[in-house]
Design a protein around this ligand. Structure first.
Ligand SMILES: Nc1ncnc2c1ncn2[C@@H]1O[C@H](COP(=O)(O)OP(=O)(O)OP(=O)(O)O)[C@@H](O)[C@H]1O
Ligand SMILES: [Mg+2]
Length: 395
């Protein structure tokens, strides 16, 4: 199965076998990300781990060899089998919000050449751990310690565990974590995590903190901490707070859309982008990095369809749309296309910046399908909200 990121990597003409650093650099070069030396440093560390992964197999713990010869063979290293590659050290990325930790981890995860890998929100993972411990105790009341077999089962499911938002707020989690991770590491699992808290500060200044220290020591022993100290919160510095719907069109609106376009392009060169849609070509003549710019007539005044809009919506995280007119019964077909366009943009979480003759709910009030337009208007309103502007694009 081709993942979004390998598809993306081939989009950017990355040579096959490119790692997270190359993928990161390519995204920067394409104008999809701003250049950030702190992120490049973290990507370099992840790249090292990525290089260490091929051919790595977790060590299967064997019972100790029995008898005189077994012991001797073990001491002489004659137990058979290839020598085991050392387990690569994991990476714990820590920093304030919006620094790109999750973005980098996801980039790494997609490219990680590991047969069994899992990327999970840490909170979800711990819920699952408690549930499985509970089920094991119920099914095997004779089991005095379910943690080692659970760790073993997890290790078989995933040699590489990527945890988003590692944090410990719960005494029940704190009680389990130390031993669980001791066994996971012993079973050869490689751990990558993002967090807002440095390992030594996890679960501190509260009852039970002392008992938690061994876990901190395990993390520090097994995993490298990489601090992402970018000066910028990319989430905040993103589109939140930007004007999205400008009334009316005209020279002022054009100027404002120019500056929105430049800000979204973030230095990327303006050049046409050609998309393949079912064997046809669809050209975005004005595009730069993550943003494309069209007039309303370009997109809705021509016989384009859902496939065209989907291709645009998956390729571009942001769209500038100029001169959205008020529509009436005479242009119901144009209105229908606009409805499909907005639905598609909304579903892919594309951020829309437009100039229009009126507010969304006044764009199409009379004509075939005007009722369906009520939902479109409501979506257009929602697409102006800070919450929507914060959503990640679905590509
Ligand atoms: N260099 C960059 N240029 C442009 N956008 C970026 C850059 N780095 C990250 N972003 C974007 O900023 C947003 C926040 O990034 P991300 O979610 O990875 O942050 P985070 O460090 O995980 O934050 P949190 O601690 O809140 O989870 C995302 O939409 C991401 O794609
Ligand atoms: Mg994050």
């Amino acid at each position: 199965m081709e993942s979004a990121l390998t598809a993306f990597a081939s989009d950017l003409n990355l040579p096959p076998g490119s790692g997270p650093l190359a993928a990161y650099e390519a995204r920067v070069a394409a104008g999809l990300l701003s250049r950030d030396p702190e992120q490049a440093k973290a990507a370099t560390r992840l790249d090292r781990l990525w290089r260490e992964l091929p051919g790595y197999h977790p060590v299967v713990r064997r019972p100790k060899p029995k008898g005189l010869f077994g012991g001797l063979k073990a001491r002489l290293g004659l137990e058979g089998g290839a020598p085991e590659a050392p387990r690569p050290r994991g990476v714990y990325m820590v920093g304030q919000v919006g620094r790109g930790k999750t973005m980098l981890m996801d980039l790494f995860f997609e490219l990680a050449p590991v047969e069994h890998k899992m990327r999970v929100h840490f909170h979800r993972f711990m819920q699952d751990v408690h549930k499985r411990l509970h089920d094991m105790k119920r099914a095997h009341p004779e089991l005095t310690d379910p943690i080692p077999p659970l760790a073993h089962a997890i290790a078989q499911e995933a040699w590489l565990l990527c945890f988003d938002e590692f944090q410990v707020n719960d005494i029940a989690d704190a009680m389990v974590l130390g031993r669980l991770f001791e066994y996971l590491f012993a079973d050869g699992v490689v751990v990558v995590a993002t967090s807002n808290t440095e390992p030594q500060d996890l679960f501190q200044n509260r009852p039970g903190a002392d008992a938690f220290r061994p876990f901190i020591a395990i993390i520090q022993r097994e995993v490298d901490t990489v601090v992402l100290d970018s000066p910028r919160d990319y989430r905040r510095g993103g589109m939140r707070g930007m004007t999205t719907w400008i009334v009316p069109p005209g020279p002022d609106a054009v100027q404002e859309l120019d500056s929105i376009f430049m800000r979204l392009a973030d230095g990327a060169p303006i050049r046409p982008v050609t998309l393949e849609v079912m064997g046809r070509k669809l050209v975005a003549t004005v595009a730069a990095g993550p943003v494309a710019r069209f007039t309303f007539a370009d997109l809705c005044g021509r016989p384009l369809g859902a496939g065209d809009y989907l291709a645009l919506a998956t390729r571009f995280p942001a769209l500038v749309l100029e001169d959205i007119p008020r529509l009436g019964p005479d242009n119901f077909d144009v209105a229908r296309r606009f409805i499909v366009l907005v639905d598609t943009l909304y579903e892919q979480k594309v951020k829309l910046f437009g100039s229009a003759e009126d507010q969304p709910d006044a764009i199409y009030q009379k004509g075939e399908g005007a009722q369906a337009f009520e939902r479109t208007a409501s979506r257009l309103e929602e697409m102006q909200s800070a919450a929507y502007l914060d959503l990640p694009h679905l590509s």
